[in-house]
Write a protein that binds this ligand. Sequence first.
Ligand code: PLP
Length: 446
Amino acid sequence: MTIIPNSMEGRDIAYQMHPNVNLRKYEKTGGVVIESGDGIYVFDNNGKRYIEGLAGLWSVAVGFGEKRLVEVARAQMEKLPYYHTFAYKTHGPSIELAEMLIQMAPVPMSKVHFTSSGSEANDLACKMVWYRSNALGNKDKKKVIGRIKGYHGVTIAAGSITGLPRNHESFDLPLDRMVHTSCPSYVHFGQENESEADFTTRMLTDLEDLIIREGPETVAAFWGEPVMGAGGVLMPPEGYWEGVQKILRKYDILLVVDEVICGFGRTGNMFACQTYGIEPDVLILSKQISSSYMPLSAILMNDRFYQPIADESDRIGVFGHGFTASGHPVATAVGLENLKIIQERDLVGNAARLEEQFLSRLAELAKHPVAHSSRGVGLLGALEIKPFDDAKAGDAALTVTAALEKEGVIARAVGEAICFCPPLIITSEQIDDMFDALERALDAVA
Ligand code: PLP
């Protein structure tokens, strides 16, 4: 494709360094300029319409044209566009959203601390784990267990808990305090003739062995997404979460659950903790908390987590952490309104009602000659593609997502999987439109 130097595409290449791309390749190809959005659709600068099959980055629950959020942001900008939450100051939107989150939480939680991205929330939660261990006099209890293929962001601690090589390589990550246990994806790591139940037992044995090897007195926390999202929509096997929690209780290890993708209806319940019977000490939320109209994330913590931290701040004189934008009034006002919309329009119920259609259409497509299998929960799913002949790993799914984009649907290739996570406002007809396009894309590459 020829790129005209003064076009938007040309100026983008000239001036902007993008995240999560091969930078040299981007200099040659450029990207698609997305100009506007409405409902489940976005439009590029040539007027082409796409179904946003990944809700942006797994995040735009209410769709791309929600006027109530625009109005709330405008009103908050006029009233108090910015204020901080440092130094004994606070403001209404952050108070109201914190109260709402505590009321909504899937397990009893005591406090909410606001940040602006999933990475920041995970990073700070990790610092809080360390702070808490120090508060309790457990100076050696600092290790954190993440999982291979887990994703918790890219800042130094969060990026270290993440278990994806692309987020570690050449960044000198992970930090020494972070260790990783096996990825519990039965489709990918189940052995020949191993039942799902036996696989779960093996995953749990791996975890317990790791804890014993590291020394339980040195392990502070275990970190996990209920369903691993950016790793490729990897489902927990039967009995996995129950078993993990049993092991963590046995060794007095905190459970930090990252619902940055799964939270607020994605799995057909308000929280995936409800879907999988998980009782976290710390819950990390972002993305659908504000439908990403404003950057916002939240750390919810129970009393057992919060109290020692509060004591330590009293001993030191301050909890020495915070951002200029912690609890930003426009972001928290938008978050509050977004959660009201999710509740009033019963978008969680929409995800639960459409789950069967969503998953069965994926399962049908898994019978296509180039497909391997499908998986998912609620409105989160993936179609695994068979590697094409002599293609490098990941190329097959990339080829299909490129064909799918031509058909007017944006989805995400991860390894050999094509991931779907549409806005929660999607309708039954639109699910059919999305998967009809996928069928045409599969035919095109077959
Ligand atoms: N945690 C999970 C589960 C995520 O999926 C993501 C982003 O995709 C993050 C954390 C990081 O969030 P952010 O990109 O806002 O830093």
